[in-house]
Design a protein around this ligand. Structure first.
Ligand code: BG6
Length: 523
């Protein structure tokens, strides 16, 4: 097959989801039906699953929230939102038109139960309604409880579900609970939350969500490493100089000042999203694609992060906060001027961290992580820098400097992978140019629109927990960041705001790399 033919045949490959079986019948109960997550992500994802033909006839959605509304009002609100997404081309849901038939199919399957999340009676009503659906709608006694609610309700909802007898799995019926982030706000609270929900649920019933795992490019890290013979032999300290993991955003805290004042960039992004990228990069090859095999290796990877002694926090971790500036050509406020933010806030909107992985594969290879808001560019990527060629055989030629090889995994936007290497420039003299072999998702695959939640919701329905966080994954993440969480409040920063919105981040973050003769890749 010629390269051209290969590309053509690759472009005809079905998008993810097209080849998987239709999900089993079930009722999906969404706590927080009136909330932002339901509108922005869950409903568009369900709609995409309908258009892909992956939802069964016996599928029903039960919205639960404290707001008094009829099912018609709930449905209408969602319909308006979907239409707005289509018209504005903004948000995670991208489509040129709403397929009326598909949306109607979903709309007909919606019902709404009004109730307070604390109120035991509400759970009785939910239980009666679900039993009714089992009889009349063919939901087969399978329930997926989706907690799209503020984290302070997680324990309560799970406890009430248990008390109402809604999570028992008898006679082949399954009962599963999806829990969104944030899962705890430090190690003790994450442990307490795990302990509390594990009193009611079995670990296999809990689907702790991290939406980064819904991204194709994140899932592709495993494909790149373990489905190719080429990369894995190089994937170790003998060949890799260092790794940079970046999750840079151009957005600020927007309307989330109140949340962010309690959270900050470290809690918001690192033990969850950034550690997903890290663990998939670092993990040992699992023996199979089985959920427990994969999650076991990921947990080990995070457990291998070298524990930070208090004295090292100052040296190896940099925090930043944005001041006023210009982002993508628009003037923006500094963090301390944002709504619901204290004018003296010491909350970080940026963090960079040089960490070590203490195992045979990675000993001595620094991993540099950085994430922040209101930076120059939106860019999430993993950049792997290989060692220089060991012998400068081009001495005495026109080649002055040899550049190292980089493998760049572009998670978002412009999803793809690039391998950078040196090539001889055409001509009489021996001179080198830097070239790049580039794989772009868009040009290779004919992907369907996706919010990233489709796979995750579908996987819950079929009972595949590979892309969800087990209790030990979550606790390992908090364990690794806990020394920073302990150190910072005791040592107030004296240089905030230390980066202008729209810049590359604080200058101190550069020093993390320059002291060992390295530099961040440009944003
Ligand atoms: C969320 C954080 O979990 O992830 C946000 O709370 C952040 O602050 C977001 O902006 C980033 O996700 P994505 O998919 O937009 O990169």
């Amino acid at each position: 097959m010629s390269e051209r033919q290969e590309r053509a045949s690759a472009s005809k490959k079905p998008a993810t989801g097209d080849t998987v079986p239709v999900a089993p019948p079930c009722a999906m109960v969404i706590f927080g039906a009136g909330g932002d997550l339901t509108k922005r992500l869950i409903m568009p994802a369900l709609y995409n699953l309908v258009t892909a033909g992956r939802l069964p006839d016996g599928f029903r959605i039960v919205g639960v929230d404290h707001g008094r509304r009829t099912v018609e009002e709930w449905r209408q609100g969602l319909t308006d939102m979907m239409k707005q997404f289509v018209a504005s081309h903004e948000g995670e849901f991208q489509a040129d038109r709403l397929d009326q038939k598909a949306w109607q199919w979903l709309g007909e399957r919606m019902s709404y139960v009004q109730g307070e999340f604390e109120d035991a009676d509400a759970y009785k009503r939910i239980g009666q309604h679900l039993a009714e659906l089992d009889k009349t709608a063919g939901t087969a006694g399978n329930y997926l409880f989706y907690l799209a609610v503020a984290d302070r309700f997680f324990e309560t909802v799970v406890e009430r579900l248990g008390a109402a007898g809604l999570v028992g799995e008898q006679n082949g019926r399954w009962r599963r609970v999806v829990i969104e982030k944030p899962f705890g706000h430090d190690l003790p609270s994450a442990k307490a939350l795990n302990a509390s929900i594990l009193k009611v649920l079995e670990e296999r019933q809990i689907y702790r969500m991290d939406h980064f795992l819904g991204k194709e490019t994140v899932q592709n890290i495993m494909a790149l490493r373990f489905a190719n013979g080429l990369f894995e032999p190089l994937w170790r300290r003998e060949h890799i100089d260092h790794v940079q993991i970046t999750a840079a955003e151009t957005v600020g805290v927007e309307s989330r000042g109140r949340f962010y004042e309690q959270t900050g960039a470290l809690r918001d992004m690192v033990p969850n999203h950034v550690f997903q990228l890290l663990s998939l990069t670092v993990m040992e090859p699992p023996t199979s694609f089985d959920a427990e095999a994969v999650r076991g290796k990921k947990a080990e990877a995070i457990q291998a992060i070298r524990s930070l002694k208090p004295g090292r926090v100052e040296r190896d971790v940099v925090r930043g906060q944005y001041g006023p500036g210009t982002v993508l050509g628009k003037p923006v406020l500094g963090y301390r001027q944002e709504p619901n933010v204290s004018p003296k806030s010491n909350i970080e909107t940026y963090i960079a961290w040089k960490l070590q992985i203490d195992n045979w594969r990675w000993a001595g290879v620094p991993f540099y992580l950085r994430t922040g808001k209101h930076l120059k560019a939106r860019k999430t990527q993993i950049a792997i820098r290989f060692h220089q060629a060991p012998h400068a055989m081009f001495r005495g030629t026109h080649v002055e400097k040899m550049n190292p090889n980089w493998l760049i995994l572009r998670i978002q936007p412009d999803e793809g992978i690039a391998l950078q290497f040196a090539a001889k420039r055409p001509g009489l003299a021996m001179t080198l140019g830097n070239v790049s072999m580039d794989f772009s998702y868009k040009s290779y695959f004919d992907a369907k629109p996706s919010t990233g939640y489709e796979t995750l919701i579908y996987d819950c329905m079929v009972g595949d927990a590979t892309l969800f966080q087990r209790a030990d994954n979550i606790e390992a993440g908090w364990q690794a960041v806990q020394p920073i969480l302990d150190y910072w409040p005791e040592h107030a920063p004296n240089d905030f705001a230390n980066y202008a919105a729209g810049s590359d981040g604080p200058a101190a973050a550069d020093a993390l790399l320059t002291r060992s003769g390295r530099a961040w890749r440009p944003l």
